[in-house]
Design a protein around this ligand. Structure first.
Ligand SMILES: Cc1cc2nc3c(=O)[nH]c(=O)nc-3n(C[C@H](O)[C@H](O)[C@H](O)COP(=O)(O)O)c2cc1C
Length: 186
């Protein structure tokens, strides 16, 4: 189960509440809790748009450890083998989750297992428009899926426009689909 440590919205889901949820999950058959944070709510911060230099849910994971015996994972900001090993060795987590690093180098865990201290080169974005970093990585995943990862992606505003246009086109498809289903039910 992936759970926010906080959604970083004023009046929203906070760390103290997340700890209550984690404690309650102890009585369920859940196998693993993956801790992350943020939301895609407009105006909110999302973990995948964050630019902090290191992992950002390790301290929270340590607090979670005190309220659960379930295996824990943390996702957010891991870029180097040293960061991942430290989080596991400190006992904060059992597993480290990688999102953007894997989008840049899907073979990263293999390099790390082979003892190669490879670090993915995360692009540096200066004052990125809201949502554009996640849009950039989304299109990067599309490139990977279509074996086009050697092509370069454009500037962030172009990437955001392309991503939004793709979403708008998909929304048309979904709308047509759901109207059809409504009529079928009616
Ligand atoms: C392109 C992209 C799409 C994502 N979509 C989701 C999602 O649908 N649900 C979710 O819980 N997290 C989503 N995330 C967040 C990641 O799972 C992860 O929590 C976040 O990127 C922080 O990890 P990182 O620093 O390793 O990228 C997405 C991240 C990226 C980059």
């Amino acid at each position: 189960m992936k759970l926010n440590a906080t959604d970083q919205l004023e009046g929203g889901f906070e760390e103290s509440e997340a700890l209550h949820v984690i404690a309650a999950l102890e009585r369920t058959p859940i196998d693993l809790i993956d801790i992350s944070g943020g939301t895609y709510f407009p105006g909110a911060r999302s973990a995948s748009d964050a630019s902090a230099s290191g992992p950002y849910f390790v301290e929270f994971a340590k607090r979670a450890r005190e309220v659960t015996s379930l295996p824990l994972m943390a996702t957010g900001g891991f870029k180097t083998l040293a960061q991942a090993q430290a989080a596991v060795n400190e006992g904060a987590v059992d597993i480290v989750g990688l999102a953007r690093s894997l989008a840049l180098d899907p073979a990263l865990p293999h390099h790390w297992q082979a003892g190669e201290g490879v670090e993915p080169e995360l692009p540096r974005f200066v004052s990125p428009p809201e949502g554009s970093v996640t849009a950039w990585y989304t299109l990067r995943l599309t490139q990977l899926g279509e074996d086009r990862e050697h092509e370069s992606l454009g500037e962030l505003d172009e990437v955001l426009a392309e991503y939004e246009a793709r979403d708008a086109a998909r929304a048309e498809t979904w709308r047509a689909h759901f109207v059809f289903r409504d009529e079928a039910i009616g």
